[in-house]
Design a protein around this ligand. Sequence first.
Ligand code: ZN
Length: 348
Amino acid sequence: MTPDERHLKRINRYLIAINGVYDDLVREIALVVVRLKVGDKLFRFRDYGTITKEVSRALKNYNDNLLSSIKTYTQYEWDYGNAKVSELLIENLAKVKGKVSGTAYEAKLKEISTQSVNKSALEAFQQRKSGKFTVSERVWNITKQAKENLEFAIDDALREGMSAQDLARKIKGNLNNPDALFRRVRDKHGNLQLSKNAKAFHPGQGVYRSAHKNAMRLAANEINTAYRQAEQLRIQGNNDVVGQKINLSPQHKVYDICDELAGSYPKDFQWSSWHVLCKCFRTMILKSPTELITEINNGQNLSPESSSNFVSGVPDNFTSWLSENRESLEKIKSKPYFLEENKTQFTM
Ligand SMILES: [Zn+2]
C-alpha cells in the first residue's frame, strides 16, 4: 500500500470515530425526550422547558467533540504527511549514497529532518478561514442544523410508551433519509408550520440536508487538506523538489474534472484536491540523480530552476480546461480554491 492509500484508509478510520460522536448525541437526546408527553404540534425543543438544559448540554457536547476530533485528526494526518515527505526524500538521497562524500550525505540527511513543518504552521492551518468561515464556525452551524434535524426526526418517531433505545433507533433511521422525513413531516403539519423550521431542509448550494452528512464531509475534507498542506509546505521548502505531479487514484472510475486536470504542475501550485472527497494524489518531481550528485559534490544547493526536470508552468490540459469552462466559472460566486490561490500561475 502506498502512503496515500494508507492516508485514505486512516481517514476512514477517523470517520468511524466521528460517526460515534453523532450516535452519542442521538442516544443522549432520545433518553431526554422519551419521557415527554407531546401534543400534535410540530415538535420543538423550546416548547419543553423541563429538558432545555439537558438538550443544550447534549448539543454542546456534540459540538465540542466534533471540533476536537477534527483538530486531533488533522494533526495526525499533518504529521503523517510530514513523515511521508521525509521518507521519500531520504529514499531519493539513498540512491546517490556512495557517490557523494559521507559528510555531505549526512548534512543532506540533517537538512531533510530540520525541514519538518512546525507546530505553529499547523495551528495556523487549523484556525484558517476557508471561504467565509473557520472550522469552528462551520462546526457550530452543523450543530444548529443537527438540532433542527433532530426536531423533525423526533416529531416523526416519538410515540407514547416507547423505550429510549427504540426511539434512538427510529431517530437515526429518519435522519438517514432526510428527504423522506421532510415529506412525512410536511404532510403531517402542512407547509406553513414548517416554514419557520425548514431552514435545515432548504440548506444552501453544496450543503446536505443532513447535518451528520455535512459533519462527515467537513471532517474528511479538513483531514485530507491538513495532509496535503503539510506536504505542500515541505515541497516548497526543499530545493531538490522541482515540480509536482497530480495523479488519478486507481479507484477512479468515472471521467470527471480529475481526469481533465491530472498532470505536472509547478512546485508552488497550491493543491489539496480538485473537489470535495477527491481521491487524487500528488507525487514529487525531483532533480535527477546525476544533478544531485554533481551538486552535492560541488557543495552547492542549487535552486529548483537549475534542474532539467523543473516544471515551469501549468500543463496544457489545465489551460484548455480553463478556457472551456471560462463562462461557467465567471458566473459562480465562490470559485474553486485552486483558481483563487494560484492566480499568478495562469491567465484567467
Ligand atoms: Zn480527484
